[in-house]
Design a binder for this molecule. Sequence first.
Ligand code: KIV
Length: 273
Amino acid sequence: MSTNTVDNNRKVTTRRLVEMKQRGEKISMLTAYDYSSAKLLDSAGIDVILVGDSASNVMAGNVTTLPITLEQMIYHAKSVMKGTSRALVVVDLPFGTYQGNSKEALASAIRIMKESHAEAVKIEGGSEIRESVERILCAGIPVMGHLGLTPQSINKFGTYSVRARDEAEAEKLISDARMLAEIGCFAIVIEKVPAELAARVAREVSVPIIGIGAGGGVDGQVLVMHDMLGINQGFSPRFLRRYADVAGVITDAVGRYIEDVKSGDFPNESESY
Ligand code: KIV
């Protein structure tokens, strides 16, 4: 068996992600919110599954990520864990469950870990949430950071456009990334910032930087599965590459099913008892 085959079957851990960065191997990450999708992603060999709070948009039809609750995130995470054996599963701490104080943040993270059996949490923000991140890390819970465009702050930003174009915001992003790595985060998502800035952070920080809309100079990439599979058709930012037209496949199949039901062609004799 080649080393590659062994690696492909080996469970992905936070430590292994850091090793991947050290040897220049890119990290693949996608979102999933349910058992069946998680099973497909895991068997396809994805490294990290993110139970993202984008479930608020994609699964529940909300305009922002803000409405999703801790209970709903735990429900999604439990389903994903049942379909996953190799990938590392990371769960977003939803809006309003960690910003109040660090004890509340720890209690939310503990609920996710205890009730869903997921392996890590992700939190949006930098210096503002340092104390919460430190407290969660002290409890032995791995934390993935999230900087740049942080969708839970959409009402502060007022737009989903590219962040950190100006020097002050770019400097803050660099110092936040350094701080998150120094206090012990195992990886950091950087969303929608100039490629050059994201590449600089990836060079200067020892933990993996996973980009979304952050160019190719980082250590890995994440996309929302429904966007990259073309299930969610209404979202087409420049950074998104569509790998399939699943909405087209479903619409076509459902159309043919409706025709067959209406014409009496389905079910036929061999499909009946
Ligand atoms: O919730 C999510 O899906 C995310 C990714 C976009 C990184 O945070």
